[in-house]
Write a protein of this length. Structure first.
Length: 149
């Protein structure tokens, strides 16, 4: 198919509504996360640690698709708030692991209301939400696959 000027119209772009949706969802998170004293990116880091309890920088970066230059200042801020701590790796004492603190673990209970508030905000049925989730991850996986080819 030959490209024409219509291919440059916003209404014909898949990326544009995805961008808008992402921007608006993160904007809706802001007041909910303000009560937790977290930014959205700090929140996803904390969700990772609420699940894993401890990790290293490499695994954390892979899981969240964030590079060290983005993670380092986030971790510094979360450590300053007392939510995480750096500890010597049990596998290699030259490396540091990152672990959630008791204060960080207690924050999880306060955060339990956030997912429900966001479900109400996006107003999708369970089936629609699952479909959107699966399609979004399919796009991400396809992009990653293309980059590794």
């Amino acid at each position: 198919m030959k490209a024409d000027r219509n291919s440059l119209r916003l209404k014909n772009q898949l990326c544009f509504p995805i961008y808008l949706c992402s921007k608006e969802i993160i904007r809706r998170y802001a007041p909910l996360l303000k009560e937790l004293d977290l930014t959205y990116t700090q929140y996803i880091v904390m969700m990772y640690f609420w699940e894993k309890k401890q990790s290293n920088m490499r695994d954390l970066g892979r899981a969240l698709l964030l590079d060290p230059s983005t993670l380092t200042p986030l971790l510094v801020k979360l450590e300053a708030k007392g939510y995480i701590t750096k500890i010597k790796s049990k596998l290699d004492g030259r490396n540091l692991d990152i672990a959630i603190t008791d204060k960080g673990a207690k924050l999880e209970k306060k955060a339990l209301s956030v997912p429900e508030a966001m479900r109400e905000c996006v107003n999708l049925s369970e089936e629609e939400a699952k479909m959107l989730y699966n399609l979004t991850y399919k796009v991400l996986n396809n992009i990653e696959r293309k980059e590794t080819q």
